[in-house]
Ligand binder design. Structure first.
Ligand code: UD1
Length: 427
C-alpha cells in the first residue's frame, strides 16, 4: 500500500501550475457519451477518478485515446446502456452518467452508488429530476432500471437542494429532450458552467448556467467538439493552504481567481497577504496565522465543503480558537481523529468543529480517510515537527495530480513509498 512520508517544517516557496478540474472533467467526459463523434477534451488531469470514468466510457463502447493531458473520446459507435456494479462502486460520481446514457440510448441500467466515506449521499434528487423528464425508474436490490415509455420531455424541475450532481444529470438529459426544461434552485458551481459551455459548443441551448435558474431548450442532436477543462479551484486552494501553514510565499498559476471568491477572504482573515495578477494568485503567509472566526461550508458561491478539511489544518496551528461548521455532508470530519494524533486540539459536536490552535503539530503515522481529508493530513505533515507518514493515499490520487511532486518543487520534502496511479499508457 502506498504512503507519503513527509519530513515537516520546511517553508514552501515558489510557484505551482494548478491542474484541470476533476469535478469538471468527470461530467464533461460523461457528456462525451451523449454527443455524436470524437470529442477532444484538453486539460484533463491524470487521476484515478478520471481513469474510472474512462473505464465506464470504454464499457459503454467508446474508444479512448490519451495524449498527455488531452483525451480523445470517440462515441460514434457506442450504444451501451449498462454500467456494471464494480465500475459504479469505484466512484460514486459515476451516477452522472445516468442523464447522458438516457439521453443517448433512452434506457439505462445502473446500480445505486451507495454511501461513501463522507456521508450517505442519496441520489433521490437525481431520480426526481429524471422522473420529471419522463423517465420510468424501477429500483430493486440496489439496481436501477430506467426506461422512457414515451419521450424525454422538457419539464420544470425544482430541486429542494442545489445538488451539483443532480443539476448535471438534469442538464445532460434535458439537452436532448423535447421542449424546454427549467431547473429551479440549480447548483451554481463553476463546474456546472463548464459542463454547459461544453454542451453549448456541441449545439445545446442552455442558458443561465452559474445562476439558480437554468433554462434548457432541447435539441435533436449534439455534435462532438473540442474543449478545455477549467482549473481546479479546490486543488488551487489546497496549494495556497500549504503555503499558509508553512509560513511560505507561493504562487498558484493558471487559476480562475473568481472561483476562489469564498476562500481568499478566509486566508486574508488568517493573516495571509493575497495578491492577484491575471490568473496567478500569490500568497505570503504571516509569521503566525490568525484564527478563523466562524467558517460555514455552503453551496457555491459559499465556502466549498471540499476545502473544509485542508483549511482545518490551518486552524490547528493558528493563534486562538476557530470554528468550522460543515453544512453539506454529514460525516465530513473523519480527518479530525488523525489530526488529533498529530497534536491538534479539536472538539466536534455534530456538524461543528471547534479548533484551539496549538504552537505546533508533531509528525505521526496517520491514515487518509477520504480525498480532501487526505490532503489535510499532508498539509499537517508539511508544518509538523518531525516525520509524518500518510497511508491510504489512493484517496488523494483520486483528486490531486502529481501532488507530492508539485509540493517538492516548492521545497517540500515528501517521498512516496510506492507508486501506482493506475493510469493508462499513452498511445
Ligand atoms: C459534488 C462534487 C463534490 C462536492 C459536492 C458538493 C463532483 C464529482 N463532486 O458532489 O466534490 O463535495 O459536489 O459541492 O462534482 N444530496 C441528496 N440527494 C441527492 C443528491 C445530493 O440528499 O440526490 C445531498 C448529499 O448527500 C449532500 C448534498 O446533497 O449532503 C450535496 O451533494 P451534491 O451537491 O449532489 O454533491 P455531489 O454532486 O455528489
Amino acid at each position: 500500500m502506498a504512503s507519503l512520508v513527509i519530513n515537516g517544517g520546511r517553508r514552501l516557496s515558489g510557484s505551482i501550475v494548478a491542474q484541470g478540474s476533476k469535478n469538471s472533467a468527470l461530467p464533461i467526459l460523461a457528456a462525451t457519451y451523449l454527443v455524436n463523434g470524437k470529442s477532444v477534451i484538453h486539460n484533463c488531469p491524470r487521476l484515478s477518478d478520471v481513469e474510472s470514468t474512462l473505464k465506464i466510457l470504454e464499457n459503454l463502447g467508446c474508444r479512448i485515446e490519451r495524449r498527455g493531458n488531452d483525451l480523445v473520446v470517440d462515441s460514434t459507435s457506442a450504444f451501451g446502456y449498462e454500467i456494471p456494479e464494480n465500475l459504479m462502486r469505484e466512484m460514486r460520481s459515476s451516477v452522472i452518467f445516468l442523464g447522458a446514457i438516457l439521453g443517448k440510448t433512452k434506457k439505462a441500467v445502473i446500480s445505486t452508488p451507495g454511501g461513501c466515506e463522507i456521508g450517505l449521499r442519496p441520489i433521490d434528487l437525481h431520480l426526481f429530476a429524471m422522473r420529471k423528464l419522463g423517465v420510468e425508474i424501477n429500483e430493486e436490490h440496489g439496481r436501477l432500471e430506467c426506461s422512457i415509455p414515451k419521450k424525454l420531455k422538457g419539464a420544470k424541475i425544482t430541486l429542494t437542494f442545489p445538488s451539483v450532481g443532480a443539476t448535471e444529470n438534469a442538464i445532460l438529459a434535458a439537452s436532448v429532450a423535447e421542449g424546454t426544461t427549467t431547473i429551479i434552485n440549480a447548483a451554481r458551481e463553476p463546474e456546472i458552467s463548464d459542463l454547459c459551455d461544453f454542451l453549448n459548443k456541441c449545439g445545446a441551448k442552455i442558458s443561465g448556467a452559474g445562476e439558480s435558474i437554468i433554462i434548457i431548450e432541447g435539441v435533436k442532436k449534439l455534435e462532438a467538439t473540442e474543449h478545455a477543462v477549467i482549473c481546479d479551484r479546490i486543488v488551487a486552494s489546497t496549494y495556497l493552504f500549504a503555503g499558509a501553514v508553512t509560513g511560505g510565499d507561493i504562487s498558484v498559476k493558471n487559476t480562475v481567481p473568481a472561483h476562489l471568491g469564498a476562500v481568499l477572504p478566509v486566508l486574508e482573515e488568517a493573516g495571509c497577504e493575497i495578491s492577484i495578477r491575471c490568473s496567478e494568485i500569490r500568497l505570503k503567509a504571516p509569521t503566525k496565522l490568525h484564527r478563523i472566526d466562524k467558517l460555514i461550508t455552503q453551496p457555491y458561491p459559499g465556502f466549498p465543503t471540499d476545502a473544509q478539511a485542508p483549511i482545518m489544518t490551518l486552524a490547528t496551528i493558528a493563534e486562538g480558537t476557530s470554528v468550522i461548521v460543515e453544512n453539506i455532508f454529514e460525516s465530513r470530519f473523519k480527518h479530525v481523529p488523525e489530526l488529533l494524533r498529530m497534536g491538534a486540539k479539536i472538539r466536534t459536536e455534530g456538524r461543528v468543529a471547534v479548533i484551539d490552535g496549538v504552537e505546533r503539530l508533531y509528525g505521526a503515522s496517520v491514515v487518509s480517510p477520504d480525498l480532501r481529508g487526505g490532503s489535510a493530513l499532508v498539509l499537517a505533515g508539511l508544518c509538523a515537527n518531525g516525520v509524518t507518514e500518510v497511508s491510504e493515499i489512493k484517496h488523494i490520487d483520486r483528486g490531486y495530480e502529481n501532488f507530492e511532486t508539485n509540493l517538492c518543487m516548492i521545497n517540500a520534502d515528501i517521498v512516496r513509498t510506492e507508486k501506482d496511479y493506475g493510469n493508462r499508457k499513452e498511445k
